[in-house]
Design a protein around this ligand. Structure first.
Ligand SMILES: C[S@@+](CC[C@H](N)C(=O)[O-])C[C@H]1O[C@@H](n2cnc3c(N)ncnc32)[C@H](O)[C@@H]1O
Length: 288
């Protein structure tokens, strides 16, 4: 990220969610605040999205990853989770749509510059930040999560759900594994949902060309994609950290779950969204 500046890719992700509300009527992921936080009307969002039709695939992937994360969080709430940490929250609006109100504490962790900008955008849109939300400024590349979260009132003894959407590709592997190790270390167990991409060299030539164009664009914004995972290696390392339950949707599984009809024409490499749960959460069972 450019020093001291809010994340431009956070704005791009928020734009895709808003465009999904207009162009696909929020079919995969419905967010009534997605347009409001951008302060733009449906026509201007639709016009901008249609100027770049190649953005459709990314728009749908962002809708899928957010839907997958929020569905998994709802299931975790049913099984007793009362604390969620949204890592690299960007302009995510979950905290303001939280269907569980005060019963689910929300911590949003993000780069300080992005967080200050988000506060301003929400204020401009007259969307109040709820009392169940605590903002925790952290730079993942320079700090570990434990101390800032503890200072913000995070209870490390409670089973916790983490979402980490659209962030892992921008971080060095060391920063990714340090955060996953922290999550795995929580004594009462944890769940994490994040997204990642197969290494570019594993993509088909056509997908790789699209990927290279996008990669150049985000690098130009000062937020280059630098981390990829090969699925079996990622799963093995997660298992070694103590994540015993892993649900990983690659392009084929995403298509069959969210776009049934189109599953036949989908490549096997590309973006993934993954949920990993530590063994400690599973052995603790339900706590209401
Ligand atoms: C592509 S945006 C995704 C935002 C949001 N999760 C979403 O899905 O819309 C990437 C987010 O990662 C955050 N980020 C990137 N590098 C970071 C770092 N080193 N420390 C903290 N946050 C970081 C940015 O501030 C931004 O909010």
């Amino acid at each position: 990220m450019k020093f001291g500046q809010p994340s431009q890719t956070a704005l791009a992700a928020a734009f895709h969610r808003a465009a999904h509300q207009v162009l696909e009527r929020g079919r995969i992921f419905s967010d009534p605040l997605a347009l409001r936080i951008l302060g733009e009307d449906a026509e201007s969002i639709a016009r901008k999205a249609e100027e770049r039709p190649s953005g459709r695939r990314m728009r749908l992937f962002i809708a899928v990853r957010t839907r997958f994360a929020e569905d998994a969080l709802a299931a975790a709430f049913e099984s007793g989770v009362r604390q969620v940490v949204v890592l690299g929250a960007g302009l995510d609006t979950y905290a303001c749509r939280n269907p569980f109100g005060e019963r689910l504490r929300v911590f949003e962790v993000d780069h300080p510059a992005t967080q200050a900008w988000k506060r301003q955008l929400f204020q401009d849109a007259a969307i109040p930040l709820p009392s169940a939300l605590t903002l925790v400024p952290v730079d993942f590349e320079r700090e570990t999560l434990a101390a800032p979260l503890a200072a913000a009132g995070f209870d490390r003894t409670q089973q916790t759900f983490f979402t980490w959407l659209g962030v892992v590709p921008y971080l060095r592997q060391e920063a990714v594994w340090s955060t996953l190790a922290f999550i795995a270390s929580l004594p009462s167990g944890a769940h994490v949902v994040f997204d990642y991409s197969d290494p570019p060299e594993s993509l088909s030539p056509e997908r790789r060309a699209v990927y290279e164009r996008r990669a150049r664009r985000v690098a130009g914004l000062g937020e280059a994609w630098i981390t990829y995972f090969e699925t079996s290696q990622l799963h093995a390392k997660l298992a070694a950290l103590g994540f015993g339950e892993i649900e990983d949707l690659g392009p084929i599984q995403i298509a069959s779950r969210y776009f049934p009809g189109r599953a036949g024409s989908v490549p096997d490499k590309g973006g993934h969204v993954i949920r990993a749960t530590t063994n400690k959460s599973r052995s603790r069972g339900v706590e209401k």
